[in-house]
Design a protein around this ligand. Structure first.
Ligand SMILES: [Zn+2]
Length: 339
């Protein structure tokens, strides 16, 4: 998006964090799975021993009852596997300073999606075709941000089709590979825009909603966790209240109000994802990093979330693979070079 925000000071609030000794969730889950599996297996052997002669033959179980119980044990173990923990980033507007963001990500082994309009927001320069191709070669994703960064919702149907369809074709001509994701200019979308994106062949789209960290969204309503920008605390509340999302209003109440800065907020939600699983999604604009002098803050938060064991570092399109409702179909399309 190209929304420009005036500089605002973060309020200093007490951010005392609670410390407690506990096993990492992965191990808690493993222990729980082991206990469930052990209990069911013991119950299965017990049931088999009561099911009559021949239920156990030379240590090999032949009882259908115990077989079913052991199957249930294995299913319980699968269900108790730790949920995925994902870190993704996305960057809008295609400013030449995106190359600096890409460098910071690359140095830390982080991934990301760069959303490019064909004509720069507010007349701004955008990265060259050669530079965007190099980004893709380095493993980053390039997505669409409209032909000219026009907000799509007020446009007529033909104009929407042209903005999203031509953007996809032009980028694919430049990159030589499919463009799968789209970022709504200014985060604005409606059902008609989504329909045009689907018809153009996109797999998903990212909006500007924040404070999300669960894999519970639909592909064309991919939210974010936070913007790399010192927003006022009320901005988060307004953002969460825009679609009356109870979960994100709750996150505002328990997390935003205690955070001393956007970096502290990012760390807090990342810690939550580390414990419970989910997706941590930072989005921003490189030109804002420059204008607001946020590069050092960005390095701090990128350092914090990088090189973590058990974290999957993904592009936005790769995140779609982890959505439970569309995992198989999207997974094939994301992995297919011709998809
Ligand atoms: Zn934009």
């Amino acid at each position: 998006m190209g929304e420009r925000e005036p500089r605002r000071r973060d309020r200093q609030l007490d951010g005392a964090s609670k410390t407690r000794i506990r096993l990492p969730l992965f191990w808690e889950s493993e222990v729980a799975a082991f206990k469930v599996g052990l209990w069911i297996n013991v119950a299965g052997v017990h049931a088999a021993s009561r099911s009559g002669p021949g239920a156990l033959v030379a240590g090999r179980e032949t009882s259908p009852v115990s077989h079913r119980i052991l199957q249930a044990g294995r299913t319980a173990q699968i269900d108790a596997m730790p949920p995925p923990r994902i870190v993704t980033t996305s960057w809008d507007d295609g400013d030449p300073l995106d190359l600096k963001v890409a460098e910071l990500l690359r140095e830390r082994g982080l991934s990301g999606t760069f959303y490019l309009p064909l004509i720069g927001y507010d007349g701004r320069q955008t990265i060259s075709p050669c530079q965007s191709r190099r980004m893709v070669e380095e493993g980053f994703e390039v997505g669409g941000h409209g032909m000219s960064h026009n907000v799509l919702t007020p446009l007529r149907s033909k104009e929407i089709a042209r903005e999203v369809g031509n953007c996809k074709k032009r980028l694919e001509d430049i990159l030589g590979e499919p463009v799968r994701m789209f970022s709504y200019p200014l985060g604005r979308s409606n059902s008609e825009v989504v329909q045009h994106l689907k018809e153009a062949g996109y797999l998903g789209a990212r909006n500007n909603r924040m404070l999300a960290h669960k894999l519970d969204f639909t592909p064309f309503e991919m939210p974010t966790t936070l913007q790399a920008f010192p927003l006022r605390k009320n901005d988060y509340l307004v953002n969460a209240a825009r679609d009356a999302n109870v979960g994100r209003i709750w996150e505002y109440l328990v997390r935003v109000k205690q955070a001393r800065s956007w970096v502290e907020l990012g760390k807090s939600v990342f810690d939550l994802v580390l414990r419970q699983g989910g997706v941590w999604h930072l989005y921003g604009h490189s030109w804002q990093m420059e204008e607001m002098g946020l590069w050092d803050d960005l390095k701090v938060i990128l350092d914090y979330v990088s090189s973590r064991e058990g974290i999957r570092y993904a592009t936005n399109a790769e995140v779609l693979n982890f959505l439970p409702q569309n995992s198989s179909a999207v997974s094939e399309a994301v992995q297919s070079p011709s998809g």
